[in-house]
Design a protein around this ligand. Structure first.
Ligand SMILES: Cc1cc2nc3c(=O)[nH]c(=O)nc-3n(C[C@H](O)[C@H](O)[C@H](O)COP(=O)(O)O)c2cc1C
Length: 304
């Protein structure tokens, strides 16, 4: 049996398949359930300084090729979420705390409270395509990305990952800013800015109008981003976007990701998707004679 364990910025994972932020990460017990279902690590919903209701319904529209959401970063705020993190600590895998905020000071503060509550790493959400006035789109400006990463790195000891947006001309600029600011890894990608209109009403489906597309439609975009990042940055990359199967995950690994995250597939396939994708990666590696998951990382860049 091929070795499925991976190491990212000092975090040891039993397998490379994580839960993505925003799906099933609202409570500590749902994070524990995803770990029990086979994930190698779990990421919390993005948490801010204060409770936020998010946008009115409808906030999610399911299309054939994917899901468009504009939830608006609804979350209970860090003070209340600390209790959920205590429950999540029962998970037998690393728990990664996702943070959003208006400023580097706010994000540093939340990250440090999460570290105190026991998370194994921080993921900075610098890339939500539909949240207004909360700094989530600050990932578009590489200089701001760099200063946020530097500030958060100074306030915690655990590894800090930055989740970057695909909604820019060149994803490499923000990634270089993360690496130059001593960020420990890059998570790519967040959702792709999108819209759906209901022909009967002549209005956008979502209350916010614009949302973020996830699911199978964005996999080729995510794989392309990871491929470009691998060629240009030396820190670890975590690939996310449209993964439903083991072969989808392998595309990301071969493009250069050390690990992957799964979000929307939990809607399409249920929580069992985590165990199944891990099993399918293992079967593929055995069938093609690879000894470990690390053996396939980045092989799409090989000359022959
Ligand atoms: C309903 C929903 C809520 C999300 N909330 C967050 C969030 O709070 N923070 C974040 O960084 N990403 C969030 N995302 C983005 C996902 O983590 C992921 O980057 C994206 O959906 C692509 O992966 P997928 O195709 O496997 O879903 C959300 C996605 C969905 C569908």
């Amino acid at each position: 049996m091929a070795d499925l364990s991976v190491e990212i910025a000092g975090l040891r994972l039993r397998n490379p398949v994580m839960l993505a932020s925003g799906i099933l990460g609202e409570t500590g017990s749902s994070l524990v359930r995803v770990a029990e279902a086979g994930a190698g690590a779990v990421v919390t919903k993005s948490i801010g300084a204060e409770p936020r209701e998010g946008y009115p319904n409808p906030t999610v529209v399911e299309l054939e090729a994917g899901i468009i959401n504009a939830v608006g970063l609804a979350n209970p705020g860090i003070a209340a979420y600390v209790d959920e993190l205590k429950v999540a600590a029962q998970a037998e895998v690393p728990v990664i705390g996702s943070v959003f905020g208006k400023s580097e000071g706010e994000m540093s503060e939340i990250a440090s409270l999460m570290e105190e509550a026991g998370v194994s790493a921080i993921e900075l959400n610098l890339s939500c395509p539909h949240a207004r006035n909360v700094g989530a789109e600050l990932g578009k400006d590489p200089e701001t990305v760099g200063s946020v990463v530097s500030a958060v790195k100074k306030s915690v000891h655990v590894p800090v990952f930055a989740k970057i947006t695909p909604n820019v001309t060149d994803v490499v600029d923000a990634a270089l800013a993360v690496a130059n600011s001593r960020g420990d890894g890059i998570v790519a990608i967040n959702t792709v800015k999108a819209m759906a209109i209901c022909p009967e009403t002549g209005r956008p489906f979502l209350s916010n109008g614009i949302g973020g597309l996830s699911g199978p439609a964005i996999k080729p975009i995510g794989v392309r981003c990871v491929y470009e990042l691998y060629e240009n940055v030396d820190i670890p990359i975590v690939g996310v976007g449209g993964i439903l199967t083991g072969k989808d995950a392998l595309e990301y690994l071969m493009a250069g990701a050390k690990a992957v995250q799964i979000g929307s597939a939990a809607y399409y396939r249920g929580i069992e998707v985590f165990g199944r994708v891990v099993e399918e990666i293992g079967q593929f590696l055995d069938e093609y004679g690879y000894e470990s998951v690390g053996d396939v990382v980045g092989i799409a860049h090989d000359e022959n």
